[in-house]
Design a protein around this ligand. Structure first.
Ligand code: COA
Length: 506
Protein backbone atom coordinates (compact mmCIF):
# COMPACT_ATOMS: atom_id res chain seq x y z
CA UNK A 1 0.00 0.00 0.00
CA UNK A 2 1.36 3.46 -0.89
CA UNK A 3 1.65 6.39 1.47
CA UNK A 4 -0.58 8.83 -0.37
CA UNK A 5 -3.89 9.25 1.46
CA UNK A 6 -6.05 8.62 -1.60
CA UNK A 7 -4.24 5.43 -2.54
CA UNK A 8 -4.89 4.13 0.95
CA UNK A 9 -8.65 4.26 0.21
CA UNK A 10 -9.11 1.29 -2.11
CA UNK A 11 -12.86 0.84 -1.80
CA UNK A 12 -14.63 2.80 -4.58
CA UNK A 13 -17.84 3.41 -2.62
CA UNK A 14 -15.97 4.76 0.38
CA UNK A 15 -13.65 6.79 -1.85
CA UNK A 16 -16.76 8.64 -3.06
CA UNK A 17 -17.41 9.69 0.54
CA UNK A 18 -14.14 11.65 0.88
CA UNK A 19 -14.76 15.18 2.10
CA UNK A 20 -13.11 17.93 4.14
CA UNK A 21 -12.86 17.68 7.92
CA UNK A 22 -15.20 20.69 8.22
CA UNK A 23 -17.85 19.02 6.06
CA UNK A 24 -17.52 15.80 8.07
CA UNK A 25 -17.72 17.67 11.40
CA UNK A 26 -20.89 19.37 10.16
CA UNK A 27 -22.54 15.91 10.17
CA UNK A 28 -22.18 15.56 13.96
CA UNK A 29 -25.35 16.88 15.64
CA UNK A 30 -25.29 18.97 18.84
CA UNK A 31 -25.92 16.81 21.90
CA UNK A 32 -24.70 13.63 20.17
CA UNK A 33 -22.79 10.86 21.87
CA UNK A 34 -19.63 10.45 19.85
CA UNK A 35 -17.17 7.57 20.11
CA UNK A 36 -13.70 8.50 18.94
CA UNK A 37 -10.60 6.41 18.49
CA UNK A 38 -7.49 7.14 20.53
CA UNK A 39 -5.55 5.51 23.31
CA UNK A 40 -2.73 7.17 25.29
CA UNK A 41 -2.06 9.77 22.64
CA UNK A 42 -2.07 7.28 19.75
CA UNK A 43 -4.47 6.56 16.89
CA UNK A 44 -6.86 9.45 17.61
CA UNK A 45 -8.58 11.37 14.79
CA UNK A 46 -6.54 14.48 14.00
CA UNK A 47 -8.75 16.74 11.88
CA UNK A 48 -12.46 16.16 12.53
CA UNK A 49 -12.27 16.97 16.29
CA UNK A 50 -10.54 20.28 15.54
CA UNK A 51 -13.10 21.13 12.87
CA UNK A 52 -15.83 20.19 15.33
CA UNK A 53 -14.27 22.43 17.99
CA UNK A 54 -14.21 25.34 15.52
CA UNK A 55 -17.89 24.75 14.75
CA UNK A 56 -18.70 24.60 18.48
CA UNK A 57 -16.98 27.91 19.01
CA UNK A 58 -18.85 29.53 16.12
CA UNK A 59 -22.18 28.17 17.39
CA UNK A 60 -21.45 29.38 20.91
CA UNK A 61 -20.60 32.85 19.59
CA UNK A 62 -23.98 32.85 17.85
CA UNK A 63 -25.68 32.02 21.17
CA UNK A 64 -26.21 28.34 20.42
CA UNK A 65 -24.20 26.21 22.90
CA UNK A 66 -23.00 22.98 21.30
CA UNK A 67 -21.71 20.11 23.40
CA UNK A 68 -21.25 16.38 22.92
CA UNK A 69 -20.68 13.33 25.09
CA UNK A 70 -17.29 11.88 24.17
CA UNK A 71 -16.15 8.28 24.62
CA UNK A 72 -12.69 7.12 23.55
CA UNK A 73 -10.30 4.27 24.22
CA UNK A 74 -8.25 6.29 26.70
CA UNK A 75 -6.35 9.62 26.62
CA UNK A 76 -5.94 11.46 23.32
CA UNK A 77 -4.11 14.71 22.56
CA UNK A 78 -4.44 18.51 22.37
CA UNK A 79 -6.04 18.18 18.90
CA UNK A 80 -8.90 16.18 20.41
CA UNK A 81 -9.48 16.51 24.17
CA UNK A 82 -7.67 19.84 24.29
CA UNK A 83 -9.55 21.38 21.35
CA UNK A 84 -12.99 20.18 22.49
CA UNK A 85 -12.38 21.24 26.11
CA UNK A 86 -11.18 24.66 24.93
CA UNK A 87 -14.40 25.05 22.94
CA UNK A 88 -16.40 24.08 26.06
CA UNK A 89 -17.75 21.31 23.88
CA UNK A 90 -17.63 18.37 26.29
CA UNK A 91 -20.67 17.52 28.41
CA UNK A 92 -19.78 13.97 29.47
CA UNK A 93 -16.37 12.36 28.99
CA UNK A 94 -15.26 8.76 29.50
CA UNK A 95 -13.25 6.61 30.24
CA UNK A 96 -9.75 8.23 30.65
CA UNK A 97 -8.01 11.51 29.81
CA UNK A 98 -4.74 13.21 30.63
CA UNK A 99 -5.14 16.56 28.88
CA UNK A 100 -4.40 19.68 30.99
CA UNK A 101 -7.34 21.70 29.59
CA UNK A 102 -9.76 18.80 29.88
CA UNK A 103 -8.54 18.15 33.44
CA UNK A 104 -9.09 21.83 34.32
CA UNK A 105 -12.68 21.71 32.99
CA UNK A 106 -13.36 18.43 34.84
CA UNK A 107 -12.05 19.87 38.10
CA UNK A 108 -14.06 23.06 37.55
CA UNK A 109 -17.17 20.87 37.49
CA UNK A 110 -17.88 21.78 33.84
CA UNK A 111 -17.47 18.25 32.42
CA UNK A 112 -19.11 15.14 33.86
CA UNK A 113 -16.16 12.78 33.84
CA UNK A 114 -16.89 9.07 34.21
CA UNK A 115 -13.69 7.28 35.18
CA UNK A 116 -13.99 3.58 34.21
CA UNK A 117 -11.79 0.47 34.24
CA UNK A 118 -10.60 0.29 30.62
CA UNK A 119 -11.61 -3.38 30.25
CA UNK A 120 -15.19 -2.45 31.14
CA UNK A 121 -15.80 0.26 28.56
CA UNK A 122 -16.51 -1.74 25.39
CA UNK A 123 -18.73 -4.23 27.15
CA UNK A 124 -20.65 -1.62 29.12
CA UNK A 125 -21.29 0.28 25.89
CA UNK A 126 -22.33 -2.96 24.18
CA UNK A 127 -24.61 -3.98 27.05
CA UNK A 128 -26.37 -0.62 26.62
CA UNK A 129 -25.36 0.64 30.09
CA UNK A 130 -24.08 3.96 28.75
CA UNK A 131 -26.76 4.95 26.25
CA UNK A 132 -26.76 5.09 22.47
CA UNK A 133 -23.82 6.23 20.30
CA UNK A 134 -24.84 8.33 17.33
CA UNK A 135 -21.48 8.81 15.61
CA UNK A 136 -18.07 7.11 15.68
CA UNK A 137 -14.99 8.98 14.42
CA UNK A 138 -12.20 6.46 13.94
CA UNK A 139 -8.67 6.84 12.58
CA UNK A 140 -7.47 4.02 10.33
CA UNK A 141 -4.40 3.54 8.17
CA UNK A 142 -6.24 2.37 5.09
CA UNK A 143 -9.40 0.92 3.56
CA UNK A 144 -9.14 -2.36 1.64
CA UNK A 145 -11.00 -2.90 -1.65
CA UNK A 146 -13.65 -4.92 0.23
CA UNK A 147 -14.17 -2.14 2.78
CA UNK A 148 -12.31 -3.67 5.72
CA UNK A 149 -10.14 -1.23 7.67
CA UNK A 150 -6.44 -1.31 8.55
CA UNK A 151 -6.29 -0.25 12.23
CA UNK A 152 -4.02 2.56 13.35
CA UNK A 153 -1.39 2.92 16.10
CA UNK A 154 -4.05 2.18 18.72
CA UNK A 155 -6.96 -0.24 18.55
CA UNK A 156 -8.67 0.76 21.81
CA UNK A 157 -12.46 0.45 21.59
CA UNK A 158 -12.65 0.92 17.80
CA UNK A 159 -14.13 -2.49 17.08
CA UNK A 160 -17.03 -1.77 19.42
CA UNK A 161 -17.50 1.85 18.30
CA UNK A 162 -17.72 0.73 14.65
CA UNK A 163 -20.29 -1.89 15.64
CA UNK A 164 -22.58 0.14 17.88
CA UNK A 165 -22.51 3.64 16.36
CA UNK A 166 -25.40 4.62 14.10
CA UNK A 167 -23.02 6.43 11.73
CA UNK A 168 -19.28 6.35 11.14
CA UNK A 169 -16.72 8.94 10.04
CA UNK A 170 -13.32 7.54 9.07
CA UNK A 171 -10.07 9.48 9.10
CA UNK A 172 -7.52 7.75 6.86
CA UNK A 173 -4.05 8.76 8.06
CA UNK A 174 -1.25 8.30 5.54
CA UNK A 175 1.61 9.14 7.89
CA UNK A 176 2.10 5.96 9.98
CA UNK A 177 4.03 3.32 8.02
CA UNK A 178 1.85 1.30 5.65
CA UNK A 179 3.87 -1.73 6.75
CA UNK A 180 1.94 -1.70 10.04
CA UNK A 181 -0.69 -3.68 8.13
CA UNK A 182 -0.76 -7.13 9.68
CA UNK A 183 0.31 -6.06 13.20
CA UNK A 184 -3.20 -6.05 14.59
CA UNK A 185 -5.29 -8.90 15.96
CA UNK A 186 -8.97 -7.99 16.16
CA UNK A 187 -10.95 -10.61 18.02
CA UNK A 188 -14.56 -10.99 16.92
CA UNK A 189 -15.36 -13.96 19.14
CA UNK A 190 -16.93 -12.23 22.12
CA UNK A 191 -20.65 -12.15 22.79
CA UNK A 192 -23.02 -10.74 25.36
CA UNK A 193 -23.62 -13.05 28.38
CA UNK A 194 -24.98 -15.69 28.66
CA UNK A 195 -23.61 -16.54 25.18
CA UNK A 196 -20.04 -15.45 25.96
CA UNK A 197 -17.33 -18.11 25.48
CA UNK A 198 -13.78 -18.40 26.94
CA UNK A 199 -11.13 -16.43 25.06
CA UNK A 200 -8.61 -18.94 23.72
CA UNK A 201 -5.49 -16.87 24.09
CA UNK A 202 -2.92 -19.03 25.82
CA UNK A 203 0.26 -17.03 25.34
CA UNK A 204 0.65 -13.24 25.16
CA UNK A 205 1.35 -12.72 21.47
CA UNK A 206 -0.78 -15.50 20.03
CA UNK A 207 -3.15 -14.36 17.26
CA UNK A 208 -6.79 -15.29 17.75
CA UNK A 209 -8.52 -12.79 15.47
CA UNK A 210 -7.99 -11.03 12.16
CA UNK A 211 -5.76 -8.10 11.16
CA UNK A 212 -8.60 -5.82 10.06
CA UNK A 213 -11.57 -3.97 11.53
CA UNK A 214 -14.98 -4.51 10.00
CA UNK A 215 -17.48 -1.77 9.28
CA UNK A 216 -20.84 -1.74 7.55
CA UNK A 217 -20.09 0.56 4.56
CA UNK A 218 -23.69 1.78 4.61
CA UNK A 219 -23.01 3.41 8.01
CA UNK A 220 -20.01 5.39 6.76
CA UNK A 221 -21.12 8.98 6.19
CA UNK A 222 -17.70 10.56 5.57
CA UNK A 223 -14.08 9.73 4.89
CA UNK A 224 -11.43 12.35 5.68
CA UNK A 225 -7.83 12.14 4.52
CA UNK A 226 -5.07 13.16 6.93
CA UNK A 227 -1.31 12.88 7.12
CA UNK A 228 -0.31 13.69 10.66
CA UNK A 229 1.66 12.03 13.46
CA UNK A 230 0.44 11.06 16.91
CA UNK A 231 1.10 13.15 20.00
CA UNK A 232 4.63 12.14 20.90
CA UNK A 233 5.05 11.65 24.63
CA UNK A 234 8.26 13.03 26.08
CA UNK A 235 9.27 10.85 29.03
CA UNK A 236 11.43 12.23 31.84
CA UNK A 237 14.89 10.66 31.77
CA UNK A 238 15.14 8.00 34.50
CA UNK A 239 16.65 9.71 37.56
CA UNK A 240 18.17 8.43 40.80
CA UNK A 241 14.69 7.94 42.32
CA UNK A 242 13.26 5.90 39.45
CA UNK A 243 16.51 3.94 39.14
CA UNK A 244 16.25 2.99 42.82
CA UNK A 245 12.62 1.93 42.38
CA UNK A 246 13.61 -0.20 39.38
CA UNK A 247 16.52 -1.74 41.33
CA UNK A 248 14.21 -2.74 44.22
CA UNK A 249 11.81 -4.41 41.78
CA UNK A 250 14.57 -6.27 39.96
CA UNK A 251 16.06 -7.54 43.27
CA UNK A 252 12.61 -8.72 44.32
CA UNK A 253 11.93 -10.49 41.02
CA UNK A 254 15.34 -12.19 41.14
CA UNK A 255 14.49 -13.40 44.65
CA UNK A 256 11.14 -14.74 43.44
CA UNK A 257 12.95 -16.68 40.69
CA UNK A 258 15.37 -18.06 43.29
CA UNK A 259 12.45 -19.13 45.48
CA UNK A 260 10.89 -20.92 42.48
CA UNK A 261 7.85 -18.69 42.49
CA UNK A 262 8.69 -17.27 39.05
CA UNK A 263 10.26 -18.86 35.97
CA UNK A 264 13.71 -17.62 34.91
CA UNK A 265 12.27 -15.52 32.06
CA UNK A 266 9.50 -14.36 34.44
CA UNK A 267 5.86 -13.99 33.41
CA UNK A 268 4.37 -11.44 30.97
CA UNK A 269 4.97 -7.84 32.03
CA UNK A 270 2.44 -5.03 32.16
CA UNK A 271 3.67 -1.51 32.69
CA UNK A 272 1.42 1.46 33.41
CA UNK A 273 1.46 5.01 32.10
CA UNK A 274 3.79 7.80 33.12
CA UNK A 275 7.43 8.47 33.80
CA UNK A 276 7.96 6.14 36.72
CA UNK A 277 6.46 3.05 35.07
CA UNK A 278 8.50 3.78 31.94
CA UNK A 279 11.69 4.13 33.99
CA UNK A 280 11.14 0.76 35.69
CA UNK A 281 11.13 -0.94 32.29
CA UNK A 282 14.29 0.94 31.34
CA UNK A 283 15.83 -0.54 34.50
CA UNK A 284 15.12 -4.06 33.22
CA UNK A 285 17.57 -3.42 30.36
CA UNK A 286 20.40 -4.08 32.79
CA UNK A 287 18.52 -6.71 34.78
CA UNK A 288 19.34 -10.44 34.75
CA UNK A 289 16.19 -11.46 32.84
CA UNK A 290 16.03 -12.44 29.17
CA UNK A 291 13.36 -13.67 26.74
CA UNK A 292 10.77 -11.47 28.45
CA UNK A 293 7.22 -11.12 27.15
CA UNK A 294 4.91 -8.12 27.41
CA UNK A 295 1.14 -8.24 27.97
CA UNK A 296 0.25 -4.62 28.50
CA UNK A 297 -2.17 -1.95 27.34
CA UNK A 298 0.25 0.73 26.23
CA UNK A 299 3.67 0.10 24.79
CA UNK A 300 5.93 3.02 25.73
CA UNK A 301 9.62 3.77 25.07
CA UNK A 302 10.87 1.48 27.85
CA UNK A 303 9.24 -1.63 26.38
CA UNK A 304 10.27 -0.75 22.82
CA UNK A 305 13.88 -0.50 24.00
CA UNK A 306 13.63 -3.93 25.69
CA UNK A 307 12.44 -5.38 22.37
CA UNK A 308 15.12 -3.53 20.39
CA UNK A 309 17.90 -4.84 22.66
CA UNK A 310 16.57 -8.40 22.50
CA UNK A 311 15.71 -8.52 26.23
CA UNK A 312 12.02 -8.86 25.40
CA UNK A 313 10.99 -11.36 22.73
CA UNK A 314 7.57 -9.94 21.90
CA UNK A 315 4.72 -7.89 23.34
CA UNK A 316 0.96 -7.54 23.13
CA UNK A 317 -0.68 -4.12 23.67
CA UNK A 318 -3.60 -2.03 22.49
CA UNK A 319 -1.59 1.13 21.68
CA UNK A 320 1.92 2.30 20.90
CA UNK A 321 2.70 5.61 22.62
CA UNK A 322 6.25 6.77 22.01
CA UNK A 323 8.55 9.78 22.25
CA UNK A 324 9.60 11.24 18.90
CA UNK A 325 12.99 9.44 18.96
CA UNK A 326 11.38 6.09 19.77
CA UNK A 327 8.75 6.75 17.09
CA UNK A 328 11.53 7.21 14.54
CA UNK A 329 13.18 3.99 15.68
CA UNK A 330 9.82 2.18 15.31
CA UNK A 331 9.13 3.63 11.83
CA UNK A 332 12.67 2.96 10.59
CA UNK A 333 12.57 -0.69 11.65
CA UNK A 334 8.91 -1.42 11.16
CA UNK A 335 9.45 -4.93 9.74
CA UNK A 336 11.37 -5.91 12.89
CA UNK A 337 8.70 -4.55 15.25
CA UNK A 338 5.74 -5.82 13.20
CA UNK A 339 6.95 -9.36 13.89
CA UNK A 340 7.28 -8.72 17.61
CA UNK A 341 4.28 -6.56 18.55
CA UNK A 342 0.58 -7.45 18.41
CA UNK A 343 -2.04 -4.71 18.83
CA UNK A 344 -5.46 -5.81 20.14
CA UNK A 345 -8.76 -4.28 21.25
CA UNK A 346 -8.50 -3.00 24.83
CA UNK A 347 -11.25 -5.38 25.96
CA UNK A 348 -8.72 -8.15 25.18
CA UNK A 349 -5.44 -6.47 26.21
CA UNK A 350 -6.98 -5.67 29.61
CA UNK A 351 -9.23 -8.68 29.97
CA UNK A 352 -9.32 -9.99 33.57
CA UNK A 353 -9.65 -13.60 32.34
CA UNK A 354 -6.44 -13.27 30.30
CA UNK A 355 -4.48 -11.23 32.84
CA UNK A 356 -5.23 -13.87 35.48
CA UNK A 357 -4.61 -16.91 33.26
CA UNK A 358 -1.39 -15.61 31.67
CA UNK A 359 -0.08 -14.64 35.11
CA UNK A 360 0.75 -11.04 34.30
CA UNK A 361 3.22 -9.09 36.45
CA UNK A 362 1.50 -5.71 36.85
CA UNK A 363 3.51 -2.55 37.54
CA UNK A 364 1.55 0.67 37.91
CA UNK A 365 2.39 4.10 39.22
CA UNK A 366 0.21 5.80 41.82
CA UNK A 367 -0.43 9.13 43.50
CA UNK A 368 -0.33 7.81 47.08
CA UNK A 369 -0.64 4.68 49.21
CA UNK A 370 -1.71 4.38 52.80
CA UNK A 371 -0.03 2.36 55.48
CA UNK A 372 -2.50 -0.50 54.96
CA UNK A 373 -1.95 -0.74 51.21
CA UNK A 374 -4.97 1.09 49.80
CA UNK A 375 -3.98 2.95 46.64
CA UNK A 376 -5.00 6.29 45.18
CA UNK A 377 -4.10 6.40 41.47
CA UNK A 378 -6.29 9.29 40.41
CA UNK A 379 -6.99 12.11 42.85
CA UNK A 380 -4.81 14.95 44.09
CA UNK A 381 -5.66 15.70 47.73
CA UNK A 382 -8.84 13.68 47.55
CA UNK A 383 -10.89 15.85 45.23
CA UNK A 384 -8.94 16.88 42.10
CA UNK A 385 -8.84 14.45 39.18
CA UNK A 386 -5.40 13.80 37.69
CA UNK A 387 -5.91 11.35 34.79
CA UNK A 388 -8.07 8.38 35.69
CA UNK A 389 -7.84 4.75 36.80
CA UNK A 390 -7.05 3.54 33.27
CA UNK A 391 -6.18 -0.12 33.16
CA UNK A 392 -4.44 -0.21 36.53
CA UNK A 393 -7.36 -2.00 38.21
CA UNK A 394 -7.73 -4.54 35.39
CA UNK A 395 -4.15 -5.66 35.94
CA UNK A 396 -3.70 -5.07 39.66
CA UNK A 397 -6.61 -7.20 40.80
CA UNK A 398 -5.96 -10.03 38.36
CA UNK A 399 -2.19 -10.09 38.00
CA UNK A 400 0.09 -12.84 39.32
CA UNK A 401 2.07 -10.12 41.03
CA UNK A 402 0.88 -6.56 41.43
CA UNK A 403 3.31 -3.68 42.12
CA UNK A 404 2.35 -0.09 42.85
CA UNK A 405 5.24 2.35 42.59
CA UNK A 406 5.83 6.02 43.46
CA UNK A 407 8.58 8.29 44.70
CA UNK A 408 8.13 8.50 48.50
CA UNK A 409 7.54 12.27 48.30
CA UNK A 410 6.12 14.71 45.74
CA UNK A 411 6.24 18.49 45.33
CA UNK A 412 9.82 18.83 46.50
CA UNK A 413 9.12 16.91 49.71
CA UNK A 414 6.07 18.95 50.76
CA UNK A 415 3.85 15.92 50.14
CA UNK A 416 4.33 12.38 51.44
CA UNK A 417 3.11 9.71 49.03
CA UNK A 418 2.73 7.34 51.99
CA UNK A 419 -0.07 8.62 54.19
CA UNK A 420 -2.13 7.39 57.15
CA UNK A 421 -5.24 7.00 54.98
CA UNK A 422 -5.54 7.58 51.24
CA UNK A 423 -7.72 10.54 50.31
CA UNK A 424 -9.37 8.52 47.51
CA UNK A 425 -9.42 4.75 46.95
CA UNK A 426 -8.90 3.25 43.49
CA UNK A 427 -7.38 -0.07 44.56
CA UNK A 428 -8.16 -1.56 47.91
CA UNK A 429 -5.65 -3.28 50.18
CA UNK A 430 -7.03 -6.56 48.80
CA UNK A 431 -5.63 -5.82 45.34
CA UNK A 432 -2.22 -4.54 46.42
CA UNK A 433 0.61 -6.98 46.82
CA UNK A 434 3.80 -4.94 46.64
CA UNK A 435 4.44 -1.22 47.22
CA UNK A 436 7.73 0.28 46.05
CA UNK A 437 9.33 3.69 46.57
CA UNK A 438 12.97 4.69 46.19
CA UNK A 439 13.27 3.97 49.94
CA UNK A 440 12.47 0.28 49.56
CA UNK A 441 9.93 -2.41 48.80
CA UNK A 442 7.07 -3.60 51.00
CA UNK A 443 5.94 -7.14 50.22
CA UNK A 444 2.42 -7.26 51.66
CA UNK A 445 1.48 -10.76 50.53
CA UNK A 446 -0.07 -12.75 53.34
CA UNK A 447 0.20 -9.97 55.92
CA UNK A 448 -2.56 -8.73 58.24
CA UNK A 449 -3.35 -4.98 58.31
CA UNK A 450 -1.16 -4.28 61.37
CA UNK A 451 1.74 -6.22 59.87
CA UNK A 452 1.27 -4.38 56.57
CA UNK A 453 1.36 -0.96 58.22
CA UNK A 454 4.69 -1.62 59.93
CA UNK A 455 6.30 -2.93 56.74
CA UNK A 456 5.05 0.01 54.65
CA UNK A 457 6.28 2.54 57.24
CA UNK A 458 9.69 0.84 57.62
CA UNK A 459 10.34 0.18 53.95
CA UNK A 460 8.58 2.82 51.87
CA UNK A 461 8.15 6.06 53.83
CA UNK A 462 10.56 8.95 53.37
CA UNK A 463 12.76 9.50 56.48
CA UNK A 464 11.17 12.94 56.99
CA UNK A 465 7.72 11.38 57.32
CA UNK A 466 8.56 7.95 58.78
CA UNK A 467 8.53 9.06 62.47
CA UNK A 468 5.20 10.87 61.89
CA UNK A 469 3.63 7.75 60.37
CA UNK A 470 5.05 5.60 63.18
CA UNK A 471 3.65 8.00 65.78
CA UNK A 472 0.21 7.90 64.08
CA UNK A 473 0.22 4.10 63.93
CA UNK A 474 1.44 3.72 67.55
CA UNK A 475 -1.21 6.09 68.89
CA UNK A 476 -3.91 4.39 66.80
CA UNK A 477 -2.92 1.01 68.25
CA UNK A 478 -2.91 2.37 71.81
CA UNK A 479 -6.51 3.44 71.39
CA UNK A 480 -7.60 -0.14 72.00
CA UNK A 481 -8.15 -3.37 70.13
CA UNK A 482 -8.75 -2.73 66.43
CA UNK A 483 -8.27 -4.85 63.32
CA UNK A 484 -7.17 -1.85 61.25
CA UNK A 485 -6.03 0.80 63.73
CA UNK A 486 -6.89 4.37 62.74
CA UNK A 487 -7.43 7.68 64.45
CA UNK A 488 -10.47 8.68 62.46
CA UNK A 489 -10.34 12.35 63.41
CA UNK A 490 -6.74 12.53 62.23
CA UNK A 491 -6.63 10.08 59.32
CA UNK A 492 -6.96 12.74 56.62
CA UNK A 493 -5.35 15.57 58.59
CA UNK A 494 -2.17 15.41 56.47
CA UNK A 495 -4.18 16.23 53.33
CA UNK A 496 -6.16 18.88 55.16
CA UNK A 497 -2.90 20.51 56.35
CA UNK A 498 -1.54 20.41 52.80
CA UNK A 499 -4.65 22.16 51.49
CA UNK A 500 -4.28 24.87 54.11
CA UNK A 501 -0.50 25.36 54.17
CA UNK A 502 0.81 23.79 50.94
CA UNK A 503 2.67 21.11 52.87
CA UNK A 504 1.95 17.91 54.80
CA UNK A 505 4.74 18.76 57.23
CA UNK A 506 3.43 19.79 60.69
N1 COA B 1 0.19 14.50 45.79
C1 COA B 1 0.15 15.52 44.91
N2 COA B 1 0.69 15.46 43.66
C2 COA B 1 1.31 14.32 43.33
C3 COA B 1 1.41 13.23 44.20
C4 COA B 1 0.80 13.34 45.48
N3 COA B 1 0.83 12.35 46.35
N4 COA B 1 2.09 12.25 43.56
C5 COA B 1 2.41 12.68 42.32
N5 COA B 1 1.93 13.94 42.19
C6 COA B 1 2.05 14.78 41.01
C7 COA B 1 3.50 15.03 40.65
O1 COA B 1 4.03 16.09 41.42
C8 COA B 1 3.39 15.39 39.19
O2 COA B 1 2.88 16.71 39.10
P1 COA B 1 3.41 17.75 38.00
O3 COA B 1 2.94 17.14 36.69
O4 COA B 1 2.72 19.01 38.37
O5 COA B 1 4.89 17.75 38.15
C9 COA B 1 2.29 14.44 38.70
O6 COA B 1 1.54 14.08 39.87
C10 COA B 1 2.82 13.19 38.01
O7 COA B 1 3.74 12.58 38.86
P2 COA B 1 5.02 11.76 38.35
O8 COA B 1 5.82 11.44 39.58
O9 COA B 1 5.71 12.46 37.23
O10 COA B 1 4.37 10.41 37.94
P3 COA B 1 3.94 9.73 36.59
O11 COA B 1 4.15 10.51 35.35
O12 COA B 1 4.59 8.41 36.70
O13 COA B 1 2.34 9.58 36.80
C11 COA B 1 0.30 8.87 37.79
C12 COA B 1 1.82 9.00 37.95
C13 COA B 1 -0.22 8.13 39.02
C14 COA B 1 -0.36 10.24 37.71
C15 COA B 1 0.01 8.06 36.48
O14 COA B 1 0.73 6.85 36.50
C16 COA B 1 -1.45 7.74 36.33
O15 COA B 1 -2.22 8.55 35.83
N6 COA B 1 -1.88 6.53 36.78
C17 COA B 1 -3.27 6.11 36.74
C18 COA B 1 -3.60 5.32 35.52
C19 COA B 1 -2.82 4.05 35.45
O16 COA B 1 -2.23 3.57 36.39
N7 COA B 1 -2.82 3.43 34.30
C20 COA B 1 -2.07 2.19 34.19
C21 COA B 1 -2.53 1.26 33.22
S1 COA B 1 -1.78 1.78 31.68
Amino acid sequence: MSSSPSSRIQNPALRRKVMSAADAAALIPPGATVGMSGFTGAGYPKQVPQALAARMQAERAAGRPFQIDLWTGASTAPELDGALAQADGLRRRLPFQSDPLCRERINAGAIDYVDIHLSHVAQHAWFGFLGRMQVAVVEVLGILPDGRLIPSTAVGNNKTWLEIADQVILEVNALPPAEMEGMHDIYYGTAIPPRRQPIHLTQPTERIGEPYLRVDPAKVIAVVETCQGDRNTAFAKPDATSNQIAAHIIDFLAHEVKMDRLPQNMLPLQSGVGNVANAVLTGLLDGPFDHLLGFTEVLQDGMLELIKRGKMTAASATAISLSSEAQKEFNDHIAFYRDRIVLRPQEISNHPELVRRLGVIAMNAMIEADIYGNINSTHILGTGMMNGIGGSGDYARNGYLSFFVTPSVAKGGAVSCIVPMVSHVDHTEHDTQIIVTEQGLADLRGLSPRQRAQVVIDRCAHPDYRPLLQDYFDRARRQGAQHTPHLLGEALSWHDRCLRTGSMRP
